[in-house]
Design a protein around this ligand. Structure first.
Ligand SMILES: [Zn+2]
Length: 255
């Protein structure tokens, strides 16, 4: 991080994040539509994309694997510095518009189609070498997720007690829960609203709120202002979902 005093007012400081200058030719070894740079496919990078897919139970895939080939230095082998990937994910609310993993998962299919094409042999030795490690890695991830869930349950302040005195309302045990509910509830309500509109026209109701809102817009069931408002609630809800506790019980923002 650089701290730069301003020329016209040295008391005013500006902070800048910097990274090393990247030189050389930038190469894209695969993109988010299954295209591989055939003259130099770098099979271990293709195996990396495949691995991210398998290890996440086919829910996510890192693609757009691109960057710079760094020249060999002394006895060290040449390195590849990767930057700016795209991620296909079954959850369409994540990873920007380059995510083509939702709604049937076309992004996954495009990668696998070229990757497993017997003419290209992109899926080969390098993939095989990491295949056996998929299961062990995933088992560890599941165990850690279960442990995190047990820890979360141990925090009694997260327990929400339904308020029987006022039907439909909830009474929580902490201001934090109130805050979270304040963020999450409007998003849930937004999904309800979209579901009613879509179901009313016998249209399918997507599980993801983003798509549900967009479908309402597409079928002109909702005014653009309302669409904007529901998207605002959706984003707020996502922020609420990403609040988490660290081991000391302090609230931390993980995303
Ligand atoms: Zn493979």
């Amino acid at each position: 991080m650089l701290c730069v005093p301003q020329v016209d007012n040295p008391k005013l400081l500006r902070f800048l994040m910097v990274e090393p200058l990247l030189v050389g030719v930038m190469r894209k070894w695969n993109n988010n539509a299954g295209i591989v740079y055939a003259p130099d496919p770098q099979l271990h990078l293709q195996a990396f994309s495949h691995w991210t897919y398998e290890v996440t139970d086919k829910k996510l895939m890192v693609v757009d694997v691109q960057g710079f080939k760094m020249p060999a230095e002394g006895s060290a082998a040449p390195r590849i510095l990767l930057v700016d990937p795209a991620i296909h994910c079954v959850g369409t609310d994540y990873f920007t518009s380059t995510n083509c993993g939702g709604e049937g998962g076309a992004g996954f299919d495009l990668f696998l189609e070229s990757h497993r094409n017997p003419k290209t042999h992109y899926c080969g030795k390098a993939c095989k070498a990491v295949r056996d490690k998929f299961k062990a890695f995933r088992k560890k991830q599941h165990e850690e997720a279960e442990q995190a869930e047990r820890t979360r349950r141990a925090f009694s302040c997260l327990r929400v007690v339904p308020d029987r005195a006022s039907p439909g309302g909830t009474a929580s045990t902490s201001p934090l829960v109130d805050k979270k509910l304040g963020q999450l509830k409007p998003a849930l309500k937004a999904h309800e609203e979209c579901s009613k509109l879509l179901a009313g026209r016998a249209l399918p109701v997507p599980g993801a709120l983003f798509q549900a809102i967009e479908d309402c817009l597409k079928h002109r069931l909702m005014a653009p202002e309302r669409v904007a408002e529901l998207h605002r609630r959706r984003v707020e809800g996502n922020i609420g979902r990403h609040d988490w506790f660290d081991s000391m019980g302090n609230l931390t923002r993980v995303n």
